[in-house]
Design a protein around this ligand. Structure first.
Ligand code: HPA
Length: 293
């Protein structure tokens, strides 16, 4: 079994450096200084999919196969609404991934969550508007269950990993409702007020359709959210993407350590999960992954 990691804003420059792939500059603006390699024996590959070309990094963590795909492209030049989510998930399955973690920057709607904190999401509310939401555009018609959008075993791997490392001065929340917005703009003050009334803990631009597509592809998936800012209107400041990336870089060594620990806690079996993802894998493989058309 191979573990996938889908990385987001600010994270890939750090991973890129640590997998030692040419073409990446190490960030110099606040990373908290872990020079270790994230992946052992890493190599870069470019694969074509029916949904576009994907660049990925394959390697090992503690002897276990791991594949890292940067959501926004290696140079962070793909905005959240143009991310080829289907290509990323398709490619993960193609290289044998059955379990995956996503890492995403979020704005905090819940006032207890502070920049630098981490959240293991447990719910998802989708306010995105125009993305590729499904692999199943025709026959067969497939309706996946999304009652609980994140795999409990993959959530536990993150939560247990966090208790095994030093988080420095940050907290980890083991629950949180992720509200996905279309972007690339940030939200208005009143959108955040509405989201708060609806029960949002955090807001981000990439959580959907990633979780849905992983489920369709039969991949057990959980999301590690990195709080980068109070959401719009919740502090005196306006939002600036530079602050978001700076926050993620600042958390980079903790994120890497946590993910390495989490990978080692991922259950070995592919099918022994209480989440419904494995139920959908065979249909995906037959009709989407290995389909001739
Ligand atoms: N809104 C949406 N996406 C985000 C934010 C935010 O405030 N911060 C980081 N990603």
């Amino acid at each position: 079994m191979v573990v996938g990691i889908i990385t987001g804003t600010g994270v890939m420059s750090v991973f890129g450096d640590s997998v030692n792939v040419a073409g990446y500059a190490r960030s110099s603006d606040g990373a908290d200084g872990d020079e270790g390699h994230f992946l052992e024996c890493a190599r870069e590959r470019v694969l074509e999919t029916p949904f576009g070309v994907v660049r990925l990094f394959e390697g090992l963590i503690g002897g276990r196969g791991v594949v890292v795909v940067p959501r926004h492209g290696p140079g962070h030049n793909v905005p959240p609404h143009r991310v080829p989510y289907r290509a990323l998930v398709w490619v993960l399955r193609k290289v044998g991934v059955t379990r995956a973690f996503g890492v995403s920057a979020v704005g905090a709607v819940n006032g207890a969550m502070k920049p630098g904190d981490l959240v293991v999401a447990d719910q998802l509310v989708d306010f995105t508007k125009c993305r590729g939401y499904t692999f199943y555009e025709g026959s067969p018609v497939v309706h996946v269950d999304m009652t609980y959008p994140y795999c409990p075993q993959m959530r536990s791997a993150l939560i247990e990993a966090a208790s095994g490392i030093s988080l420095r001065d940050r907290r980890i929340y083991v629950r949180g409702s992720y509200f996905a917005t279309e972007g690339p703009r940030y939200e208005t003050r009143d959108e955040i007020r509405v989201f708060r009334l609806l029960g949002a803990d955090m807001v981000g631009m990439t959580g959907s359709p990633e979780a849905v597509l992983c489920r369709e592809a039969g991949i057990c998936y959980s999301l590690l959210a990195v709080v980068t800012n109070p959401a719009a209107g919740l502090s005196g400041a306006l939002l600036d993407h530079k602050d978001v990336t700076r926050r993620v870089h600042g958390a980079s060594s903790v994120i890497k350590e946590l993910l390495r620990e989490a990978v080692s806690r991922v259950p070995a079996g592919d099918d022994s999960c209480v989440c419904p993802a494995p139920l959908y894998r065979r249909t995906f493989d037959e009709y989407i992954l290995n389909s001739e058309c």
